[in-house]
Ligand binder design. Structure first.
Ligand code: FAD
Length: 419
């Protein structure tokens, strides 16, 4: 029996392992998925968790349940991949492979800006989302005991670096959350006292989207009271004030960083063909260039289509996982494989309660129709009926009840480590 090892339990790895295992014939190969966490985190719901519109576990899918015994699961950290020996070294032992699928994702990158890695709050993993939410509630509690003045204002300033989809969704969810709470639950604070500020280096928010949608998003965000600073780069952050390329430094105790990517260290340590961003270069069939038994998917891989590498998006990882599940069994059987081709389904960005912008199958939507499309699409994509029902219930309750401020501190909670 051939041994297929998949490393990474995100969109690429979890679906790649599941769909490949489903297509294998009995006795043909054994699939083992190695991942740090025993759940798949559905990242599009990350900012909903921060804003309290969704319960934490509802944005996850248990990996063992997804695999349903079709593939083995090992919960461990991958420490090193030894390509020459065809071996993956993990924190719980080594695994030999005939074929390896690398789907380790990426980390948040900070461009080595002074103090950012140490002091900013990241938004890639579930623990990071929970830690940021706790931090935000801590700030409200502390501010409610402070006298009015610059210290209290800094405690209530929530800046967000990067106006891509994650930054915009975070700003909008945060603003909805703070708005509701300050009006009803924090009588010691003025209703609009908390400030959400977005800092973006390019000319407009959501710069990868159609300009009309980007302008619509900006207008809605300003309507929510979000301060937007475009054409402004962050030069450093010491945890107290943000040093900017334009204008004076801004006092701010909480900066969320959604602006950059860095390679996963296990991938960075591999001596394999990589692009400038440190992503593994793929051939047309999704194999690492020059290696018949090494495959890569998602954020840690670079697939060039029409002369440009595909971006780090869930839909890219999903579609790559689907192609892998056909090409890998074909490779095992010595059958012809098919070249991968990415088809963009659309771009969807929520602007908080009842508003969104989306490009969908070449059409543009905004406002309520786009919001409905956002929710329906992601609900459909979320794995498992139980989770779909839970999320539907969360969203329904959110229409009628205020957002919760319950902040559960884990004994081991800490600020996420710097990349
Ligand atoms: C907040 C946020 C919102 C997003 N929203 C959208 C969206 O709306 N639409 C969209 O298309 N894309 C979205 N994305 C992008 C999308 O999540 C990524 O492109 C996608 O997750 C990439 O899949 P992946 O499998 O390559 O990596 P990931 O999903 O990041 O998975 C990597 C996996 O590897 C594991 N891992 C890493 N290192 C190790 C190790 N050493 N040992 C063991 N396991 C390890 C991780 O724990 C994780 O399970 C969003 C991303 C973020 C951060």
């Amino acid at each position: 029996m051939k041994r297929i090892v998949v490393v990474g339990g995100g969109f690429g790895g979890a679906f790649g392992a599941l769909w490949t295992a489903k297509r294998l014939r009995a006795g043909e190969a054994e699939v083992t998925l190695v991942a740090r966490e025993n759940y798949l985190f559905f990242t599009p719901f990350c900012t909903e968790i921060v804003g309290g519109a969704m319960e934490v576990r509802h944005a996850t899918a248990p990996i063992r349940e997804m695999l349903a015994g079709r593939a083995k699961f090992v919960e461990a950290d991958v420490v090193r991949i030894d390509v020459a020996a065809k071996r993956v070294e993990t924190t719980v032992g080594a695994l030999e492979y005939d074929h390896l699928v690398i789907a380790l994702g990426s980390l948040t990158g900070t461009f080595n800006l002074p103090g950012v890695a140490q002091n900013a709050w990241f938004m890639r993993t579930l623990p990071e989302a929970i830690a940021y939410r706790n931090r935000m509630i801590d700030c409200l509690e502390e501010a409610s005991r402070m006298p009015a003045g610059p210290d209290r204002a800094a405690r209530l300033t929530f800046a967000i670096a990067g106006a891509g989809p994650t930054g915009v969704e975070l700003a909008c969810d945060l603003s909805d959350f703070l708005d509701g709470l300050l009006r009803k639950q924090y009588p010691d604070l003025a209703p609009r006292e908390a400030k959400v500020m977005m800092i973006e280096g390019s000319e407009r928010v959501l710069s990868a989207m159609d300009e009309k949608l980007s302008r619509y998003a900006e207008k809605r965000m300003k309507g929510k009271g979000i301060e937007i600073r475009v054409k402004t780069r962050i030069k450093g952050y010491d945890g107290v004030s943000i040093d900017l390329s334009e204008g004076p430094a801004v006092r701010c105790d909480t900066l969320a960083w959604t602006a950059g990517l860095a390679p996963n260290p296990v991938v960075a340590a591999l001596d394999l063909p990589k692009d400038k961003g440190g992503r593994l270069e793929l051939d047309e069939f999704l194999r690492v260039k020059g290696h018949d038994n090494l495959w890569a998917l998602g954020d840690c891989a670079s697939f060039v289509q029409n002369g440009k590498p595909l971006g780090p998006e869930g839909q890219v990882a999903w579609q790559e996982a689907a192609r892998l599940s056909k090409n890998l069994p074909a490779a095992l059987r010595g059958r012809p494989m098919k070249a991968f081709r990415f088809r963009r389904l659309g771009r969807l960005v929520s602007l908080g309660r009842r508003y969104a912008v989306s490009e969908f199958f070449g059409m543009r939507f905004w406002g309520f129709p786009a919001w409905w499309l956002w929710r329906t699409t992601y609900l459909f994509k979320l794995p498992g009926l139980r989770n779909k029902l839970r999320v539907m219930l969360d969203w329904t309750l959110d229409l009628f009840f205020p957002r919760e401020t319950v902040r559960i501190r884990y004994s081991g909670e800490r600020k996420p480590p710097a990349p």
